[in-house]
Design a binder for this molecule. Sequence first.
Ligand code: MLT
Length: 314
Amino acid sequence: MKILITDGLEPEAISTLRKTHEVDVQEVDPKGLLDVVAGYHALIVRSRTIVSKAVLIHAPKLKVVGRAGVGVDNIDVAEATARKIAVVNAPTASTISVAELAVGHMISLFRHLPEADRSVKEGRWEKKKLEGRELFEKTLGLVGSGRIGAEVAKRAQAFGMRVIAYDPYLPAAVAETLGIRLVEKEAVFREADVVSVHAALTPETKGMVAAAEFARMKRGAILVNCARGEIVQEAALADALRSGKLSGAAVDVFDTEPPVGSPLLTAPNVVFTPHLGASTREAQARAGSIIAEQVLTVLAGRRPEFVVNPSVYG
Ligand code: MLT
């Protein structure tokens, strides 16, 4: 069968797929994808390619869309389901990488690392100005505490932080095992010194961190978003930074990527990374091998472990 990979994939995963199938690796633009997708039985993407309804309509042979990563917000899953196309992802691939990046951003903000680096390189020695804060005995508030949030919690606890979370889907018994106190959404923002977002982008979470949430936060608290840009309202975050309500923010993800024209680009005390959460050798290797296995399973006519739309299997 024929497999199209549009956003690159680990070479080992491509070799695995090539053992039994014909594989094309082609970075196509949205129009180009509509032109070529008809010939393929499997499509493997990361976050760059948008697998829209139009793409799925143009792909009568498609049996599976593989997302070499976690979030499937770039795929029209409802349309795929209606067309009996399985959508598979690699939900465990980047857990540790994203958790490490989030905690790295917390330390970086509390100790002013980007500013300190710039200051020394520019010939200054600003020890007083760059005085930081410890994570020790501060409260971390998680917005969403699935796989990634749980790993962030473990690392934060190792630094002596208290961890609270708003997650309507996390069973109380699991939270207890993780040492996380489950609270209402308002309490996360009211009590936390550090708020870290780890929810999936869904209609429920889109825009859920807005002006009202920033108004509730402690003066001087920080926000870290390594989840999805659209969960946090960018203009409201920029205002909270400008007013000094928040002392800093770390933003790995944006409404549109790259973030041309985002109000955050001119806001003070914000540290950016270009959607690097899953960008480690380890996470990419895992994503490649997991997604290759999932796609091969579907093409072999079997039900894969990480199917996002299980109803296609009845
Ligand atoms: C993911 O959902 O896998 C990560 O955010 C990484 C990505 O989208 O590339």
